[in-house]
Design a protein around this ligand. Structure first.
Ligand SMILES: Cc1cc2nc3c(=O)[nH]c(=O)nc-3n(C[C@H](O)[C@H](O)[C@H](O)COP(=O)(O)OP(=O)(O)OC[C@H]3O[C@@H](n4cnc5c(N)ncnc54)[C@H](O)[C@@H]3O)c2cc1C
Ligand SMILES: *[C@@H]1O[C@H](CO)[C@@H](O)[C@H](O)[C@H]1NC(C)=O
Ligand SMILES: CC(=O)N[C@H]1CO[C@H](CO)[C@@H](O)[C@@H]1O
Length: 625
């Protein structure tokens, strides 16, 4: 942080008063500078690169982001050694700036529906790339519009008259040196979006554009010079990159929610409004119970997701380690876990950021709060790298499969091992309901049990509904569609259980008694608040009694009061530098009002005392009426 903060070349700029084109330029300038500084300082550790980047770019979205992530990753993982020797040095040296062009105007989720073609011509040993329809135009890839000179293009491979499905090709799109689009290539920016102003998400249309045979990424599948197609040994491994990025999104969800909570909680301790007792001074808005009820469960969620993000990262590295040793046993679980938790955490964080914004009243709507920016930058995480509903359904597929295994007498392992208890009636919801309420609402371990029972009930219900649809002699696909609402619900319950479990497990790693007490309250609040929002599930399955639910509501309110004295310290502990937070409302020093006024003065509308439109339009109107 200090390297960037003390560097005059990285002077913090407020993007809010700039046009899209200017914002793009700022982001490119910072990215270029960042790349040079990384080299200069010799920063190579991935975590250090991550934090250095975040500081350099501030709240900018990184137009080179796809180059460093998906593009480089695809080359590293899907190229032969010869191809790596050719492309990687150019990529590391940024002579090649690349992006990952998969999505088309007509298809994103459904990869088999992609229409771009790569037809092999043995006469010249080239692939001919075409975008045959409007809907086949590549649409959305980050950095494609203006920044990149290369793209990994996903296209349907045709050779010897047969379609061999989707394959990846490395495609030059702009001339080295001049950066002019190559003949046969139409490329540009897709226009303004909900956010991502600095990012040139782009379009790409290819007309009989020829690339050498060697530009197909051939580590797994191959096309020989005569056009013979060689199948990949296993197609399971090509998921690697996606799983990696999804596991990172879990950590991003935590960080974005941490930022939003920092702003809303700090502001709520500075803002005074209304009165509780007539004649008394206005209280801090953080001292209204309803305000605490909005913000503290989110604070608890931010801490919970922080644990989950760390767990995902660790698990990814452990299981990919095994995979590299040839052990694929845990790959399905890793896939299901990363898909489900990506969706669960990003949906929750997305809604939470907006809740934080509204909790800041009118000033939350100003861009000076930083909250609109956090929201629009974060919200596409719910869509890209696997649309969330689709992700939840993938997790559900794994859950149903595990349930079926258990039903047929097999045991399952890992996070779904609770399903083992479903066979032989070993599950008894009464066990939780029978616990003294005073124990239940103060004991995270009992609450983990309750969430576990809820998940197993909902997985079972979804699996049984699916079975019932199937026995009505519907097709597999039709039955799946007609059960998908239940399936998503089951996945959500499973993920919720995983989060409560991981957060609870984290408590035992805290040695300091005072910290332990505070974190226990947060963990209890997370678990109890979740129950209070899903009471139907817990009552319907007989996991909790009516009386217990009443106690849960009561305990949630007590916890709000218990957390209040530490609330500001708990967000300060996230340790966001003011430059990184980019929020007048969330300033560390709390000097909000003076700085809001200074901020507003920077508005370009204030350049002149009288705006020209007064003379052009208002004055003539006044004269005429
Ligand atoms: C900011 C941003 C950056 C992006 N960057 C890139 C990039 O760099 N490279 C790239 O290639 N792409 C990129 N994309 C595209 C992104 O990957 C896709 O938008 C994403 O995969 C979702 O696909 P889609 O748009 O086809 O949504 P759709 O699939 O059309 O989703 C629309 C709705 O249909 C539902 N739906 C779809 N299929 C099913 C199903 N099987 N079952 C139930 N419901 C279903 C979804 O749940 C959703 O509600 C980016 C997108 C954004 C917004
Ligand atoms: C999927 O299910 C819904 C709701 O039951 C139904 O309206 C729809 O027609 C089904 N879709 C297909 C493609 O069968
Ligand atoms: C950008 C700009 O010129 N801002 C001006 C807006 O108006 C205030 C006075 O109200 C000036 O101080 C700012 O410089």
């Amino acid at each position: 942080e200090a390297l960037v903060l003390n560097d005059p070349e990285f002077q913090h700029e407020d993007l809010n008063f700039l046009s899209r084109s200017q914002r793009y330029e700022v982001a490119i300038r910072k990215s270029a500078l960042m790349v040079m500084k990384l080299r200069e300082y010799g920063i190579a550790d991935p975590d250090e690169i991550y934090w250095f980047k975040r500081m350099c770019l501030g709240s900018c979205v990184e137009p080179l982001g796809l180059h460093f992530s998906m593009f480089t990753n695809a080359l590293q993982n899907q190229c032969t050694v010869t191809q790596q020797d050719k492309w990687l040095p150019l990529t590391y040296g940024l002579q090649i700036i690349g992006t990952y062009a998969q999505t088309e105007m007509g298809h994103g989720t459904h990869l088999r529906g992609l229409e771009t073609t790569a037809t092999y011509d043995p006469a010249t040993q080239e692939f001919i790339l075409n975008s045959p329809t409007v809907t086949s135009i590549k649409w959305w890839p980050g950095g494609l519009g203006k920044t990149s000179n290369y793209a990994i293009v996903l296209a349907q491979l045709y050779t010897q008259g047969q379609c061999k499905g989707l394959h990846a090709f490395i495609v030059p799109i702009r001339q080295m040196g001049t950066h002019e689009p190559l003949p046969g290539i139409t490329v540009g920016d897709i226009g303004p979006k909900f956010g991502y102003d600095e990012m040139d998400n782009g379009y790409l249309k290819m007309d009989n554009f020829r690339i050498p045979r060697e530009n197909m990424l051939m580590k797994y599948a191959k096309v020989e010079p005569d056009g013979t197609y060689v199948k990949p040994l296993s197609d399971k491994l090509t998921y690697g990159t996606m799983v990696f990025i999804r596991s990172l999104i879990v950590g991003d969800s935590a960080r974005s929610l941490c930022r939003a909570c920092t702003i809303a909680i700090r502001y709520s301790s500075v803002r005074h409004q209304s009165e509780l007792t007539p004649g008394e001074p206005e209280p801090q808005i953080l001292d209204y119970q309803t305000q605490q009820y909005k913000l503290f469960p989110l604070l608890a969620t931010a801490y919970a997701f922080h644990c989950v993000g760390a767990y995902m990262k660790k698990t990814y590295h452990r299981i990919t380690g095994d995979i590299n040793q040839g052990n694929l046993r845990e790959l399905p679980e890793l896939h299901a876990l990363s898909a489900g938790l990506k969706a669960f955490t990003s949906w929750t964080a997305n809604a939470g950021i907006e809740e934080c914004r509204m909790a800041c009243g009118g000033h939350g709507y100003s861009r000076c709060s930083g909250l609109p920016d956090i929201y629009v930058t974060f919200t596409p995480s719910c869509t890209y790298e696997g649309e969330n509903t689709v992700m939840m359904l993938q997790t559900a597929r794994f859950l149903v499969k595990s349930y079926t295994q258990v039903s047929s007498g097999q045991l399952v392992s890992g996070m779904v091992s609770y399903l083992n208890d479903l066979s032989g009636q070993r599950i008894q919801p009464q066990q939780v309901a029978a616990r003294p309420t005073a124990v239940l609402i103060n004991d995270p371990a009992s609450l983990v049990e309750a969430y576990k029972l809820r998940a197993s009930r909902l997985v079972e219900a979804a699996a049984k509904n699916l079975q019932a649809e199937l026995t009505r002699r519907k097709s597999q696909e039709d039955s799946w569609n007609r059960t998908s609402v239940d399936l998503v619900r089951a996945s959500e319950a499973h993920c919720h259980y995983v989060v409560v479990k991981l957060f609870t497990a984290q408590l035992s790693e805290i040695n300091d008694a005072a910290v332990h007490a505070v974190m226990s309250n947060l963990c209890l609040l997370y678990a109890l608040y979740g129950i209070s929002k899903h009471t139907g599930d817990f009552l319907q399955a007989g996991i909790l009694t009516n009386a217990q639910v009443t106690q849960v509501y009561q305990r949630v309110k007590e916890l709000l009061a218990a957390i209040r004295p530490n609330a500001v310290a708990l967000v300060d502990a996230f340790d966001f530098h003011d430059n990184h937070l980019g929020s007048v409302l969330g300033r560390y020093d709390g000097n909000i009002y003076e700085n809001m006024f200074e901020w507003a003065k920077k508005s370009p509308l204030n350049k002149t005392e009288v705006h020209e439109s007064f003379h052009k339009h208002l004055k003539p109107m006044q004269a005429k009426l």
